[in-house]
Design a protein around this ligand. Structure first.
Ligand code: CA
Length: 150
């Protein structure tokens, strides 16, 4: 069903998701496709499990270099982008997305352990951008995703 060159699939975290069951009736998730760019397997799994549970389709990669290609092939509606990636800087990925016509409209939510002034400045300078710091609250993140997809 999901085609993605660099996909990482392990879906055993259902217990975590089911503990959040009751709050999902307002989700606008069904049909929306999220690309998760995250190299930490645990976080990737958690996001995948949770967002799939909420009715989203989830693609993922650990590599910034793959993002453009995945966007070309699979047209995600939103990207959750870890800023600390093994191959490249999340900002760079974000800039490339913004500079490419087919991807410049896609809302991006940064995922980061560090909130510094650069991030705050970038976030202010670019309207469509949101960020959330690790460790993060999944429900809060889903709320922001929903807002961004409105
Ligand atoms: Ca990372």
């Amino acid at each position: 069903m999901i085609t993605c060159a660099a996909i990482v699939v392990r879906e055993e975290e259902a217990a975590m998701a089911s503990s959040r069951e009751q709050s999902q009736e307002t989700s606008s998730g069904p049909g929306k496709r999220i690309l998760v760019v995250e190299d930490e397997l645990e976080t990737e799994e958690m996001l995948r499990t949770y967002f799939e549970f909420c009715g989203y389709e989830v693609l993922s990669t650990a590599w910034g270099k793959d993002v453009q290609e995945i966007c070309r092939e699979s047209h995600p509606d939103l990207i959750i982008l870890d800023l600390q990636l093994p191959d490249t800087d999340g900002y760079q990925v974000y800039q490339e997305l913004g500079n490419t016509q087919q991807t410049s409209h896609i809302p991006v939510i940064f995922l980061t352990k560090v909130v510094d002034d650069d991030l705050k400045a970038t976030s202010r300078a670019t309207g469509a951008l949101d960020y959330i710091t690790k460790p993060f609250d999944l429900q809060e993140l889903e709320r922001r995703v929903r807002d961004a997809l409105r």
